[in-house]
Design a protein around this ligand. Sequence first.
Ligand SMILES: Cc1cc2nc3c(=O)[nH]c(=O)nc-3n(C[C@H](O)[C@H](O)[C@H](O)COP(=O)(O)O)c2cc1C
Length: 248
Amino acid sequence: MKRIIVLFISLTMMLCLSACSDSAASSETSSVQTESIDLQTASEEETLSANETDAIVPDNENINDPDETISENGSKILVAFFSRADENYGVGFIEKGNTHIIADMIAEEMNADTFEIVRVTPYPEAYNDCTDEAQEEKTANARPELTASVENFDGYDIIFLGYPNWWGDMPMPVYTFIESYDFSGKTVIPFCTHAGSGLSRTVQTLQDKLENAEVLDGFEIAGTTAQNNQNEAKEAVLSWLEKLDIVK
Ligand SMILES: Cc1cc2nc3c(=O)[nH]c(=O)nc-3n(C[C@H](O)[C@H](O)[C@H](O)COP(=O)(O)O)c2cc1C
């Protein structure tokens, strides 16, 4: 009987020892697995947040900083335009010029920077006074002084260049603008608003003057449509942009 009791006690001790060692092993394994999952999760989170930061391009902070705004095809794009508010043909007194409206549509669609070409001396507010002064300036072949210049112009590959048709030509501040920079190797895409004359010969003029750039066919739209029918204008702008194979 004594032997049976001793045997029983030793068996119970052996069983207990083996159970303890199994449970220690399994809890070690599970703590290793947990650590490795935690690490993986952390590194995935880091990667995700890095990608998300890259994907967010704060539109308004990138004005004139071509290093930070990149279009869908990787080109850096600038929308430079001249436009005049105040009294204008067929639209009365306006807050924002017709060409300015089209420029903003292009910039939004292309994720581009914008630059407004502004003459140091403002043009008269009254339409007729303005047409007179503009005609004198054109006859004199003047190069009026501008208020600002583009920072790091060299950083842009594609320049959308917008202007109203003035006396069958570009306003003279646009001449000052194009003569202020080296356009070699750049693609220039003209666009224009008008009161019936379309682009006149402005695309040809730009091709002649910017001979080291590639000047594409231009886009034209009536100033009254840009100002008073912006849905129609936007449709026309988007359908034109889609056809430019350099863009998408
Ligand atoms: C000085 C001046 C000259 C203009 N000359 C013409 C012209 O020759 N042909 C034309 O179709 N429209 C002409 N217009 C009308 C403008 O091209 C049209 O109103 C344009 O949309 C104005 O754009 P903006 O508001 O961006 O300046 C002229 C307007 C001004 C102020």
